[in-house]
Write a protein that binds this ligand. Structure first.
Ligand code: PA5
Length: 471
């Protein structure tokens, strides 16, 4: 599909971050412009790093022609032959597929009759709650299901546990045919899943070595799941490419991702340690989850690139407009000046719902009549932005002309670049996650994985809990 760059360009409004709007609670032009050299250095570091080490994600909009064709062909077969498609994965191997599915597809996709769906019913299992696994098995028929096991490391306990359970069940029910119900998406070079996939002859897609989990949505991690439910994956990649073009400048007047990163770095420096992501569209509800991982895992670090100890990062919080106006916005207006709020709005919702005439004898209800829900949600977004700005709280707004593959691709790539620039300005390694690995390793040790004796001993020697603090 072709998308118009002119009419589909996402827009950024950061008036409400600035002194001109917020007075002494805002950022002065001078303070912002004084960051120009630092921002330029971050831009240059990111440009130099693109395509190398852990920045191969920057190549994904450009270098996947062959794999996209393979994915489209595979997705076509899956749509033809399977009634359920289940992703088994966690973290970066799950949040992107969930976010993209929710953004583009019908909001009750799985409940639609088959003829109105573009593909099989879709589930992402990103936990090891036994009740959830049992519940999944209650609603799918595994003989009609394709499972996509996604793990870059090929060893994550949660995903490999799911694989063990599902593959055993498939073998029992289907015998040798079981291998036609599993697709592995993993690293080509390392890990256990690739060895299993090769031994069992599973169809396999590869996650490039230099693409970390939270930066992997535009790789086969996200693209296969998206294509299976009929999402235009070429449109997603084109959108990402368009954002890359828009960010092709070191100027704090032109590069939207660099501007947003700079504003957030200034805000963090001023003690704004919380970043609220508040989209006004149910379709974008899980983009907030995806962003939370991207921002939290990338920037939450305790050592700078030169080895100097630090404690950096900004706690991301997800919030949904208008739903969370009725739970969180009181805090955002009246609470401490420790947050930056990112609003995401949509100019044109994909549906219009009119509010019919009624309740004539109750003018305080009747005023709504003749409007649309579209007008109501826009008014509520503007009203909340107004209330938060009036309270002196820093916020900015990203507007999507409409929510589609092209604008979603732009949005995701904008956030990936914003994160990379922010990490460079904070002088930390944006692309590692030692805190996550620590928990993974402790789990391996607790469950007896070979090679983890030292970690087991470390856990045994950790301070023991005292009964006096337990009721
Ligand atoms: O961003 C990351 O690297 C992590 O959150 C991983 O995506 C997550 O831990 C899952 O890892 P894996 O894909 O190796 O199973």
């Amino acid at each position: 599909m072709r998308y118009s760059k002119k009419s589909m360009k996402i827009r950024i409004d950061y008036n409400n971050m600035m002194e001109a709007t917020l007075g002494d609670k805002g950022i002065s032009d001078k303070k912002f412009n004084d960051m120009a050299d630092k921002a330029k250095a971050a831009f240059e570091a990111v440009e130099a790093g693109k395509g190398k080490n852990m920045m191969e994600w920057a190549d994904l909009p450009y270098n996947q022609d062959a794999v996209v064709e393979d994915i489209l062909q595979t997705a076509k077969e899956i749509r033809k032959n399977y009634e359920y498609f289940v992703v088994l994965g966690i973290g970066g191997s799950a949040l992107g597929p969930i976010a993209t599915f929710q953004a583009i597809n019908h909001l009750h996709y799985n409940d639609l009759p088959k003829r109105l769906r573009k593909g099989p019913k879709f589930y992402v299992e990103d936990n090891v709650d036994p009740e959830r696994m049992a519940a999944l098995l209650d609603v799918i028929d595994i003989k009609k299901t394709m499972f996509n096991v996604i793990t870059k490391s090929g060893s994550t306990s949660e995903t490999m546990t799911q694989y063990l359970i599902i593959s055993a069940m498939l073998k029992e029910k289907l015998g040798a045919d079981y291998k036609n119900h599993i697709i592995a998406t993993t690293s080509k070079a390392k890990g256990n899943l690739i060895k299993i996939a090769q031994a069992e002859s599973f169809k396999t897609f590869y996650i490039p070595d230099g693409v970390g989990g939270r930066f992997s949505e535009l790789s086969p991690v996200g693209l296969l799941a998206a294509a299976v439910t009929g999402i235009d994956i070429k449109g997603l990649l084109q959108g990402a490419k368009f954002m890359d073009e828009q960010c092709n400048s070191a100027s704090l007047k032109k590069n939207p991702a660099l501007i947003l990163a700079t504003l957030q770095v200034i805000a963090m420096d001023e003690g704004k340690n919380i970043g609220v992501m508040m989209p006004y569209a149910d379709g974008l509800k899980y983009i907030a989850d995806w962003y939370c991982q991207l921002w939290a895992e990338s920037l939450g670090k305790n050592v700078e690139l030169d080895g100097k100890p630090c404690n950096k990062g900004q706690t991301p919080v997800k919030s949904l407009g208008v739903t969370d106006q009725h739970s969180q916005v009181q805090l955002y207006t009246a609470g401490p000046f420790d947050k930056v709020i990112t609003f995401i709005g949509v100019d044109e919702y994909r549906k219009e719902v009119k509010i019919p005439d009624g309740c004539k004898e109750y003018p305080n209800v009747n005023f709504l009549c003749g409007h649309t829900m579209n007008e109501l949600i826009q008014a509520e977004r503007k009203a909340t932005e107004y209330a938060i700005t009036k309270a002196g709280k820093q916020n900015y707004t990203i507007m999507l002309p409409i929510l589609n593959e092209y604008t979603l691709g732009q949005l995701m790539y904008l956030f990936m670049l914003q994160t990379a620039y922010a990490g460079a300005m904070l002088n930390i390694d944006t692309f590692d996650q030692p805190g996550v690995e620590e928990g993974k390793n402790a789990t391996y040790a607790l469950l007896g994985r070979p090679g983890y004796d030292e970690k087991r001993a470390e856990l045994a020697n950790a301070p023991q809990k005292q009964d006096k603090y337990i009721l």
